[in-house]
Ligand binder design. Sequence first.
Ligand SMILES: *Cc1c(COP(=O)(O)O)cnc(C)c1O
Length: 331
Amino acid sequence: MAAFGTVFMPQMAISRFDGSTWSQAEMVASDSIQLHPGAHVLHYSSTCFEGLKAFKQPDGSIKLFRMDRNIARFAQSSELLSLPAIDKSATAKMITDSVAMYAGDVPEPPGSMYIRPTHFGIDPAIGKAAAPSLTSLQYILLSPVGEYFTSDAGTLRLLLDETGMRCAPHNGMIKSGGNYASALRPIMQARDKYQADQVLFCPNGFAQETGAANFLLIDDGEIITKALDESFLHGVTRDSILTLAADMGLTVSEREISVDELLERAAKPGCEAALSGTAAVLAPVGTFIHNDREHKVGGGTEGPVTKQLRQAMNDIQWGLAEDKHNWLFDV
Ligand SMILES: *Cc1c(COP(=O)(O)O)cnc(C)c1O
């Protein structure tokens, strides 16, 4: 199977903002766009993206999962980056039209069609270091994907990093390439030095998130995760999992968790930790690495609550359980 996100549908929906209006969306080849070498995005990183999925249902129809949330976040990222405002309903139509066009290519569960809306500044002006791009480009790239982690892939190793930061704190809730670039070097160093899979950034000694996923701790009937603030990305999966956890009778605590509390709770046999994001839904964490020491989380293997929450989410996405919260959108 090809690596996640390396196969693309041959065409994508595209639209340009010329400084006053968005162009009518059109379908163009997915393997090329024309860009001026002086384009704002290439110099000043005026770019944001989204990641959402379309799922094949038992009756053969295709449904989009929580598209409204992703479009709202796309609009917010664009605004916080001083990009032109997107037209939310036009973007929704670009998504639904292109997924409908490739409905026959949406893989069967556990696969899905991963959708990558992308928006960036294209003013050909290298003098705009401290000025926004007034023109921009938006496209919807489609990539059929399989299961992100196979169930026997084991658990993740997380380095707890109390000194570094994923990105500048005021940029945390922007889904932007610049933030990924900023997190990459610490992640590579953690891989080299500790064979860690990811870094859990813990600025000032409190758990925040990893480079591309939110962090959740499950212990003693409680699910704990950082409360929303502007320092980190507000995951749609995080929100969905917290909702399902409340449905299941867990106590949902959105609050700060210190590294001390993390390590103390991890030492208990029933403790579970997980990362949430669209690609993997919920990936179990088996080990924390802190001050050159390894700490198993609970038994170090995937716990039952993590599994149950992921299953509950997949069941809704795959049309196997009632969509009580109206998360599915018709294509
Ligand atoms: C995309 C992303 C997430 C997860 O968001 P979902 O909406 O659940 O996919 C978490 N953290 C960061 C930094 C992200 O970019």
